[in-house]
Design a protein around this ligand. Structure first.
Ligand code: GDP
Length: 137
């Protein structure tokens, strides 16, 4: 069993795709271990995406991520990190495979509906970023 951090991003919340995306999590056998609704401040978005500081899209990305409510969740399942990345689809929805969340619902490379941790170390950092000190079920 492995845990990963996902975020239903502000574009997907605004467009009314919370339920659609959670349904895909459930259909694919992920167990929801924790969830919150957050409205990130710009500094909080910058802290989460610190690895991207200095990139040309950093300002725009952190502005977008703090533009409205978002839903960080911890998902659990076998090989959860890699499997969630598959279910999400490529970063740019134009390149995402059919049936993936980004192909179905994302509008652009930035407003791409969903985040998923990319490795065990980042999953650990990202889970503690949103659920510090929380005893996960
Ligand atoms: P991910 O792991 O698929 O989410 O992709 P990355 O870790 O490479 O990038 C983090 C997030 O930054 C992406 O999910 C997008 O929201 C955004 N992003 C990535 N590349 C670009 C880009 O070239 N332009 C813009 N505006 N945003 C980007």
């Amino acid at each position: 069993m492995e845990r990963t951090l996902t975020i239903i991003k502000p574009d997907a919340v605004k467009a009314g795709h919370i339920g659609d995306i959670i349904k895909i999590f459930e259909t694919n056998g992920f167990r929801i271990v924790a969830a919150r609704l957050v409205n990130l401040s710009k500094p909080e978005a910058e802290g989460f995406y610190a690895v991207h500081r200095g990139k040309p899209f950093f300002e725009s990305l952190t502005g977008f991520m703090s533009s409205g409510p978002a839903i960080p969740m911890v998902l659990e399942g076998e090989n959860a990190i890699a499997r969630l990345r598959e279910v999400m689809g490529a970063t740019n929805p134009a390149n995402a495979a059919a049936g993936t969340i980004r192909k179905l619902y994302a509008a652009s490379i930035e407003a791409n509906c969903i985040h998923g941790s990319d490795a065990p170390e980042t999953a650990a950092f990202e889970i503690s970023y949103f659920f510090p000190g929380v005893q996960l079920i």
